[in-house]
Design a binder for this molecule. Structure first.
Ligand SMILES: [Zn+2]
Length: 245
């Protein structure tokens, strides 16, 4: 019972981390191109230095089949690609003038991030089910990267032509879901096999939005070495952070 209270408290910290990340993006929305260039680096960094080492560790411990996890990755990439382009194809039929930004794409991205944030909360809860030390370790990793989850939620909503108010509403949803995820672990358990498949799936989703949405959007007005440098900085940031957790 003690541990479940700790899990809820830590997911409360996640709530603020996500919210502040989103509010940061809102505050600097005139610098969104720079923020997006940085965020693209962060996403690649999270996949390379956070998620993949965890997957490899789980494969070693549990002797999982790596091919299954790579299929989950490809599915994460392709499912999101399909959903996003299906929205665009649908709109292209509706009007002659093809506009490349659609609020639905922003909503889709925000919902995927909210689903992920729910799993962040589940991760914290499961960590505490094992023991407090692992719970705290997972919580630190989640709290540290959820700042960028919030940033991405607001940014992806806002650049896809959703109103500021609606973008903030989805930011709030993304902030609350870790709490719901952590609370849900009081009632069920998830197998390590399911978790590692989810990690692969989520890595595919992150690679897709990083390379196909956020990075092209960051360079949509003009490309510069500064933007490329910010992407490298985002990568470096996650590399350094993941050395400590
Ligand atoms: Zn997260």
């Amino acid at each position: 019972m003690m541990f479940s209270i700790m899990a809820i408290l830590f997911s409360l910290a996640t709530f603020f981390s996500t919210l502040f990340g989103g509010l940061f993006a809102e505050r600097f929305k005139n610098k969104l191109y720079s923020i997006m260039a940085f965020a693209a680096g962060v996403l690649l960094g999270v996949v390379s230095f956070d998620i993949f080492p965890e997957i490899i560790e789980q494969i070693k411990i549990n002797d999982f089949n790596p091919t299954e996890i790579m299929i989950a990755l490809v599915l994460g990439f392709m499912l999101f690609h399909f959903l996003e382009k299906a929205v665009l194809i649908h709109h292209a039929h509706e009007c002659d003038y093809v506009e490349h930004k659609h609020p639905e794409v922003g909503v889709l991205s925000a919902l995927a991030l909210a689903g992920h944030s729910f799993m962040d909360g589940v991760g914290i809860g499961l960590g505490f089910q094992v023991n407090a030390a692992i719970g705290i370790l997972v919580a630190i990793a989640v709290i540290a990267h959820d700042f960028t989850d919030g940033m991405n939620t607001f940014t992806l909503m806002f650049v896809n032509k959703n109103s500021e108010k609606k973008s903030l509403a989805f930011l709030l949803l993304d902030s609350i879901t870790p709490l719901l995820g952590a609370t849900s672990t009081l009632f069920f358990k998830v197998s390590p096999h399911f978790l590692v498949l989810y990690l692969g799936f989520f890595a595919g989703f992150l690679l897709y939005i990083g390379a196909s949405d956020i990075l092209p959007e960051a360079h949509s007005q003009h490309s510069s070495f500064k933007l490329i440098g910010l992407t490298a900085l985002g990568l470096l940031f996650i590399f350094v952070v993941t050395r400590f957790v």
